[in-house]
Design a protein around this ligand. Structure first.
Ligand code: SF4
Length: 453
């Protein structure tokens, strides 16, 4: 493992040494959100205070996403706004995927940045902070060859009711379009007893819903002597007294087995929702993407989920406009959508990323054509969701209430199957509670309902 390198020393860290304040902005996925919660925990445990605006902070951190070009550009435009801040004594740091991908180039493009740390090196963060506090002006943590996961005694969670908990970091798959194996490093699973200890702590803090996270969460491989399977870990988490709901995301189709479906059937505390990204319905494009499953194999997993004893909501991710995607390939994606009838879908235009094999693939699709396909796909899915949600009107759901609208007596929450339901209630204090709500109407993206006291 390479030690963090320090390039220069100056005196801009005076504010850090005398009990600093930090501002942390997060871009990207739930994994990044949760990493930021842990980074905030590390800072709070060192005596830093979190502030609401970058101007009020001695340390300004951006936890970045590079999954799509636009996201990476946004980071540099944000950094541009901070050109003058270093002179004012503020320290600027870049964390996450753009940090890992760009490395020390960030110092060239934005010389006012002092800290560059990729997500695979977060376990080194206390050491890096010590170096900043000691006055080192350029500090990097860019190793991806670590076998450590990012565990910290303090995590400052944003959501008071649903707690994220990373059980596996990095990814050993090699999808042709994806930067994650480069930016987050190889798969490292967290020991099951450590996961269960944190779940018990979360219950003590008042949480009843936990969401287990990983880029390929179901590829979990317990490194402890217990060697429990992912499905057994799900059951063990659900068995922790005080836990009412357990979610997990994102599942990789190749590693999705019947044991996970059996666990969902056996334990109602395991939420009846599986996010199973397909990315394309075309066998040819799946091969080009190196997704490691065929269309048929994917559909077998769907049949397994549809055949479960309980109804399980299925959601997915789709990329349109991968290099070489023909009209026929795209039509196969649309036919897969019609066949599976997903409950929801995240769709993206293919975005070429540095270091990925697809970058050099021929037959790039024009931006205009990608946009056309995306619009068609989203329209097809919108229809599917409208039809599907309409069949749920009249059903009663248990919701965890997460929001109170500014409109009088209006609330919203998530069902176990992860649908949003907006509902009316005269009650005064519903946030964070579980309520029964009967669906009275449906749109493509949510349901409306009434509280059943
Ligand atoms: S499974 Fe593929 S898309 Fe998902 S994080 Fe790993 S390489 Fe990326």
């Amino acid at each position: 493992m390479v030690a963090p390198r320090n390039i220069a020393i100056d005196n801009t860290s005076e504010a850090l040494r005398s009990g600093g304040t930090f501002f942390l902005e997060t871009f990207g996925c739930q994994m990044n959100d949760h990493d930021s919660e842990k980074v905030a925990g590390v800072l709070l445990s060192r005596g830093y205070r979190q502030v609401e605006t970058p101007d009020a902070a001695s340390l300004v951190l951006y936890n970045t996403c590079s999954i799509r070009e636009k996201a990476a550009q946004k980071v540099f435009s944000r950094l541009g706004e901070y050109r003058t801040k270093q002179a004012a004594g503020q320290i600027i740091g870049v964390l996450g995927c753009v940090a890992q991908q760009e490395g020390e180039n960030i110092f060239q493009r934005a010389p006012w940045v002092s800290l560059v740390c990729g997500s695979a090196s977060y376990s080194k963060l206390p050491e890096l902070l010590s170096q900043l506090e000691a006055g080192n002006q350029r500090v990097t943590g860019l190793d991806t060859d670590t076998d450590e996961t990012f565990e910290t005694p303090v995590t400052r969670r944003d959501n008071p009711w649903r707690a994220y908990l990373t059980i596996i970091e990095g990814c050993d798959k090699a999808c042709a379009y994806c930067v994650v194996p480069f930016t987050r490093g190889p798969e490292r699973s967290r020991a099951s007893d450590s996961v269960l200890r944190e779940v018990r702590e979360l219950v003590d803090l008042g949480y009843s819903e936990v969401q287990l996270l990983g880029q390929t969460v179901n590829s979990y491989a317990d490194p402890s002597a217990r060697r429990i399977r992912f499905s057994d870990l799900l059951l063990a988490v659900a068995d922790v007294p005080g836990i009412r709901r357990v979610r997990f995301t994102t599942s990789h189709p190749r590693d999705f087995g019947a044991d996970i479906v059996a666990a969902l059937e056996a334990q109602p505390k395991l939420c009846n929702h599986v996010h199973l990204p397909v990315q394309s319905g075309s066998p040819r494009i799946l091969r080009a993407m190196t997704r490691t499953y065929t269309r048929e194999e994917y559909l077998e997993k769907i049949a397994m989920l549809r055949g479960a004893k309980c109804e399980i909501a299925i959601t997915t991710d789709v990329i349109v406009g991968f290099p070489g995607e023909t009209e026929d390939d795209f039509a196969e994606t649309l036919s897969l959508l019609e066949g599976v009838r997903y409950d929801s879908l995240f769709s993206f235009k293919y975005s070429p990323r540095p270091n990925t094999p697809s970058l050099s693939m021929p037959d790039a699709i024009s931006e205009e054509e990608k946009s056309r396909r995306l619009t068609i796909l989203q329209e097809v899915q919108r229809e599917i969701q409208s039809r599907r949600n309409a069949t749920l009107v009249g059903n009663t759901f248990e919701l965890l209430v997460g929001n109170k609208s500014r409109r009088e007596n209006q609330w919203s929450g998530h069902t176990a199957c992860n649908r949003v339901v907006n509902f009316a209630s005269q009650e005064r204090a519903l946030l964070g509670t579980y309520v029964q709500v009967r669906a009275t109407g449906a749109g493509p993206n949510s349901l409306v309902g009434e509280h059943v006291p």
